[in-house]
Ligand binder design. Structure first.
Ligand code: AMP
Length: 126
């Protein structure tokens, strides 16, 4: 089965400049912006500019340059926010939801960077 990207999704529209975002960082292959409904004091989404739906899609089909750029963009945002424990910050959580079981709402890969308060345990039990 191959991946089928929907270019009308909201992040594709942000990338095309059709709707605004609060930009945090832009690199050659990635964009970071504030989540419109922040769950924590810092809630930034980092997306690749390419048409990738999920992390596994990106890992399989993106170029090495895109993957390196995306990984470094996440690190750069953590640095900008001052949240990296190695740099005196209090830490953060990265989340990349995928598909129905991951409860992914927007079908364009995004990594959530959540920080600014204690976030609790990783997964709540049902
Ligand atoms: P997910 O469930 O991982 O797909 O999360 C999608 C995230 O995108 C949610 O946290 C939304 O609040 C966020 N979101 C949806 N539309 C926008 C938008 N126009 N600008 C910024 N964040 C958005």
């Amino acid at each position: 089965m191959s991946y089928s990207y929907d270019d009308q999704n909201v992040f594709a529209r942000i990338l095309r400049g059709e709707i605004p975002c609060k930009k945090v960082l832009e690199t050659e292959h990635s964009l970071a912006f504030e989540d419109i409904q922040p769950k924590t004091p810092h809630h930034v989404l980092v997306i690749p500019k390419g048409p990738y739906i999920t992390y596994d899609h990106f890992a399989q089909e993106a170029s090495d340059a895109e993957i390196a750029d995306f990984t470094r963009a996440i690190g750069q945002v953590c640095d900008q926010l001052g949240i990296g424990p190695g740099r005196g910050g209090d830490g953060y959580r990265l989340i990349a939801n995928a598909g129905p079981h991951g409860v992914q709402e927007v079908p364009h890969l995004h990594v959530h960077i959540l920080a600014g308060r204690p976030i609790g345990r990783m997964i709540a039990r049902d």
